[in-house]
Design a protein around this ligand. Structure first.
Ligand SMILES: Nc1ncnc2c1ncn2[C@@H]1O[C@H](COP(=O)(O)OP(=O)(O)OP(=O)(O)O)[C@@H](O)[C@H]1O
Length: 348
């Protein structure tokens, strides 16, 4: 396993400055997830680490060596793409061994690695099949296997599960997590799927517009988002943002919503953000609202409320019978809210 250090990385394509002055240290054995909306530059960043895109400035160090301008084959990386890109005429075994063979790895060693990897990915029974005789999930496993046989210091994944249906995606996600636990390799993984990011990552890098918005453990970025963008990007339904003000006694108010304690914020305009799971429908709650919509989700329901013109979503686990138009009382867990400066969106 290798570490990866990115220093003042700049990437320009055409007249587009896609990545600007980006610094990132990835420790050996990390499962680092690059997360962000479409077009934020995560694939560009990953491809630059792989050596598939030229840098406009800055440096990339892999395993303690400067690899900024090294050929992809010299970087000690294995890469898995979104499209499996398997060779259609070759068997699973050949697909997995081909790269090793052309790099001159001895035959016995190639066989050893292919066998070991196939066993780990439950591909042993499929080694003699062609890609057309495999399911989507099996094909992606072969693509992962093809990267793993390289026994690289760093594995790069570019949205490897996005072509699969939801059930298979969740299944392979768990397999990838187990694989990381077994191998302990450094993994850098691009996705726009926050469930993948939350479940797989040791640390998440949230990106927007070619810049890092926050780096932290899944719990850190979810519970203490650094700014309004991160707060709104993570979580489904999204956080509830309530624009209001704090008075001299620390009381927050916004129309019909008042909260006694606003985290020690100084008096003035403020944006309070509450996760749907921290708003509780409660007959003894201090606030009142009207239900506008109920979305049953099986083990919980998402309930949309109107509180004096402020729309709020909350997650309800008790199986209450609720209907649109119904008046309810509710409470916001003040200890769990985030506060943001309404001018620059930064966490207070
Ligand atoms: N060859 C190119 N020339 C000019 N601009 C490009 C080129 N490739 C990508 N871009 C632009 O760079 C930005 C980042 O693209 P990138 O593919 O890295 O985003 P992404 O976060 O991976 O998005 P997605 O999730 O949609 O793949 C986008 O605005 C894109 O239009």
């Amino acid at each position: 396993m290798s570490n990866v250090h990115l220093r003042k990385l700049c990437i320009t394509r055409g007249s587009n400055e896609i990545i600007r002055d980006l610094d990132l240290q990835i420790e050996p054995g990390e499962f680092l997830v690059l997360l962000g909306p479409s077009g934020c530059g995560k694939s560009t960043l990953l491809h630059s680490i792989a050596g598939l895109i030229d840098l406009s400035g800055g440096a990339i160090e892999i395993g303690g060596r400067d690899m900024s301008y090294a050929d992809p084959s010299e970087r000690g990386i294995g890469m898995v793409f979104q499209s499996y890109a398997l060779y259609p005429t070759m068997t699973v075994e050949k697909n997995m061994s081909f790269g090793l063979k052309i790099s001159g790895t001895p035959k016995a060693e190639v066989q050893r690695r292919v066998r070991k990897t196939a066993e780990m990915l439950q591909l042993d029974a499929l080694l003699h099949r062609k890609p057309s005789q495999l399911s989507g999930g099996q094909r992606q496993r072969v693509a992962i296997g093809r990267a793993l046989v390289r026994e690289a210091g760093v594995y790069l994944f570019d949205e490897p599960l996005s072509n699969l249906d939801a059930k298979l995606r969740a299944e392979l996600r768990r397999e990838l997590k187990l694989l990381h636990q077994t191998l302990g390799s450094t993994m850098i993984y691009v996705t726009h799927d926050q469930a993948e990011a939350m479940t797989l990552a040791t640390r998440i890098v949230v990106m927007q517009g070619g810049r890092i918005q926050q780096i932290g453990t899944p719990a850190e970025v979810y519970d203490t988002p650094a700014n309004r963008f991160v707060a709104g990007f993570l979580g489904s339904p999204s956080m509830n943002f309530i624009d209001g003000s704090v008075d001299a006694h620390g009381r927050f108010s916004a129309g019909a919503i008042t909260l006694p304690f606003a985290g020690g914020a100084s008096a003035g305009a403020i944006t309070l953000a509450a996760r749907p799971e921290h708003i509780h429908i409660d007959d003894n709650g201090p606030l009142s609202a009207t239900v506008t919509l109920v979305e049953p989700m099986g083990n919980h329901q998402v309930v949309w409320l109107d509180c004096g013109g402020q729309a709020l979503s909350c997650i309800e686990h008790d199986g209450r019978s609720l209907a649109s138009g119904q008046a309810v009382r509710f409470a916001i867990d003040a200890s769990r809210v985030s506060l943001f400066d309404p001018k620059n969106g930064q966490r207070l």
